[in-house]
Design a protein around this ligand. Sequence first.
Ligand SMILES: C[S@@+](CC[C@H](N)C(=O)[O-])C[C@H]1O[C@@H](n2cnc3c(N)ncnc32)[C@H](O)[C@@H]1O
Length: 157
Amino acid sequence: MAQRGFSVTGVDFIREALDFARKRAQGFGVNVDFVQCDVTEFESGKKFNLLLDCGCLHSFGDRKRIKYKEKILNLMSDRSEYVLLHFGKRDKADLGLGPRPKSRDEIEEFFLPELELVDFIPSAGGAQFYQYRFIHSHGDAGGKTGIERSAVSAAAI
Ligand SMILES: C[S@@+](CC[C@H](N)C(=O)[O-])C[C@H]1O[C@@H](n2cnc3c(N)ncnc32)[C@H](O)[C@@H]1O
């Protein structure tokens, strides 16, 4: 993202993860502002145009997930986007260890009414790794809106 001209802030609470990311950014010759903290405690004077979660949300239980939603809403401004890469539901043979995946319906419902789902890509980056793209609609996405509506408006362009 930094290579594409975004001014990027990277957040993780594990120092080694940030060290790894820092080295990669250096390798690409880009500047990224890295912050070591729990993402639900992250503070910034800025609002972000785009928030990207790659594999973080699905490690949270119910209470933490609510705190996380409050935080990301606070970091977004009008029409900011939130992109989520999240494991989908696994099959019954799965032992349930590791991430706590949610179904597409659960994810979509969870972010209503403030965030409206405008794009969904199943199997993004491997089987069962789903990509969601939301837009901050400030509570206007009160009903189940989702992709069907955005597909209509995209087709009208
Ligand atoms: C599956 S890894 C993905 C790492 C990286 N985002 C990537 O795409 O390669 C999930 C990361 O989320 C971080 N993480 C989990 N819970 C977190 C929290 N509450 N606050 C900050 N980082 C967290 C972990 O330390 C881990 O590095």
